[in-house]
Design a binder for this molecule. Structure first.
Ligand code: ZN
Length: 117
């Protein structure tokens, strides 16, 4: 899974199934991410010193990374991504549908010996 902040993703599971949104935050340890306008909940806030008005607040809640798919900026489809090496030796993500690159993951290696995979 190579989703990063700022990517557009498609929600596949849950109340917001079929919704596209921008990734606002990723918590890799928890395996969750926050997507703009997805999984919004209304929070009722009591009057307090911090919030003297009280009232309702809508907030996006994190959802599992597994519930979303990356949307390819080139073909606009929710696609599987792969990782490949560019001619310069950098690692990049690419769309398995149209094979367009979707941003670099790792800078080119200067050392000739790779880790071998
Ligand atoms: Zn594509």
């Amino acid at each position: 899974m190579h989703i990063r902040t700022g990517d557009t993703v498609l929600v596949r599971i849950g109340n917001d199934k079929g919704t596209r949104g921008k990734v606002l935050k990723i918590d890799r340890e928890a395996g969750k991410l926050v997507v703009e306008n997805v999984n919004r909940v209304m929070k009722h806030v009591r009057r307090s010193q911090k919030n003297p008005q009280g009232g309702r607040l809508s907030k996006e809640m994190p959802l599992p990374l597994a519930n979303v798919m990356l949307v390819c900026p080139t073909c606009g489809k929710a696609s599987r991504t792969g990782a490949r090496l560019t001619n310069e030796g950098a690692k990049e993500r690419y769309c398995k549908k149209c094979r367009a690159g979707i941003g670099q993951i790792a800078p080119p290696r200067t050392k000739s010996a790779g880790t071998g995979k």
